[in-house]
Design a protein around this ligand. Structure first.
Ligand code: SF4
Ligand code: SF4
Ligand code: SF4
Length: 302
């Protein structure tokens, strides 16, 4: 969609508040059914017990993706004193966590987790996202209408909006180095740059085996969970940790169902209303989170 049609769309659709049924369908679930993920897709296992917070992965990503130079150089570790989010200028960031009872901090690399059933994809009514058989979740700026629903839908708060691009802002996020590496079977730049072998690239199914082997062989070193194995339907990027995941900044209340499952039934009976779609998604996301918290509390109380 060019800039003119994007503006026309926003005027007639979002800004005008009209009820629009896109693609001639009455619901998103008809337009894009739930997606189960590709069995042979690739992934990355991130072992937080090995990370030293050197930020080499950030530097490699910056170079590979041709991103702007950061305000402070990548060897300036003072940035680790604040918690950062991924942004239009940084598709991956490393944050530092002081863990109670541990004499050293843990570092956590964040980027798009390339979900098996991505909420960004299922929430996008113009189908600007796709999941490739290799596992990457890709975004097409030529289709995007700039509604930013994907930013609200993503349970990991990943998609960033390029507000700095006044004329034609687009969503920016990690693309799993798809065009330059993943589709040729090569590991992402950040994986290759890590000097501590924190990041293991491979078939998702193999990575899960490696992860569970590590937990089994070193039960004192790892908590017994692979974050991303099941959360929100599973993700391509998965994590091992020596501290409970909530202490390293992970949302442990997401539940295992893909976010779209919480809206599917509702959307089959309610016509698509563009103006309330983002609010709907935010509400159901919250509901899903609360439901999981409640389930956990109920089980703990048993
Ligand atoms: S982490 Fe967010 S942006 Fe990435 S695939 Fe999942 S829902 Fe989409
Ligand atoms: S996979 Fe590629 S785009 Fe994503 S964080 Fe790593 S280097 Fe950046
Ligand atoms: S390059 Fe490796 S060790 Fe360095 S911060 Fe990134 S993940 Fe951690």
């Amino acid at each position: 969609m060019n800039e003119l049609s994007r503006r026309k769309f926003l005027k007639g659709g979002l800004a005008g508040g009209a009820m629009v049924s896109l693609l001639g369908k009455s619901s998103k679930s008809e337009a894009a059914p739930s997606f189960g993920g590709y069995p042979d897709s690739m992934g990355v296992l991130v072992d937080l017990t090995r990370c030293v917070g050197c930020r080499s992965c950030e530097a490699a990503c910056n170079k590979e993706q041709g991103l702007p130079a950061p305000d402070l150089p990548f060897d300036d570790m003072s940035v680790l004193e604040e918690k950062r989010r991924t942004s239009e200028g940084a598709y991956t960031v490393v944050n530092k966590y002081e863990i109670p009872g541990k004499d050293h901090p843990l570092y956590r690399k964040m980027q798009c987790n390339h979900c098996n059933e991505p909420a960004c994809l299922t929430s996008c009514f113009v189908n600007a996202y796709r999941k490739t058989p290799e596992g990457a979740v890709m975004y097409d700026p030529t289709v995007c209408v700039g509604c930013r629903t994907c930013m609200i839908a993503c349970p990991f708060y990943v998609p960033a909006y390029s507000y700095s691009s006044v004329l034609n802002p687009v969503i920016k996020k990690c693309i799993f180095c798809y065009e330059t590496r993943l589709k040729f079977g090569r590991p992402p730049a950040c994986v290759e740059a890590c000097p501590k072998e924190v990041l293991t690239f491979g078939k998702r199914t193999n990575l899960l085996k490696i992860a569970h082997d590590r937990i089994r062989n070193y039960p004192d070193k790892y908590v017994d969970q692979v974050y991303g194995e099941k959360e929100v339907g599973g993700t391509a990027w998965m994590y091992l940790s020596s501290a409970p995941f909530e202490e390293v900044g992970f949302d442990t209340h997401l539940g295992n169902d893909p976010i779209i499952n919480y809206v599917k039934e509702f959307l089959t009976v309610v016509p698509m209303v563009l103006t309330i779609w983002p609010a709907l998604f935010a509400g159901f996301h919250l509901l899903a989170t609360r439901k999981d918290v409640q389930n956990k509390e109920n089980s703990a109380g048993k």
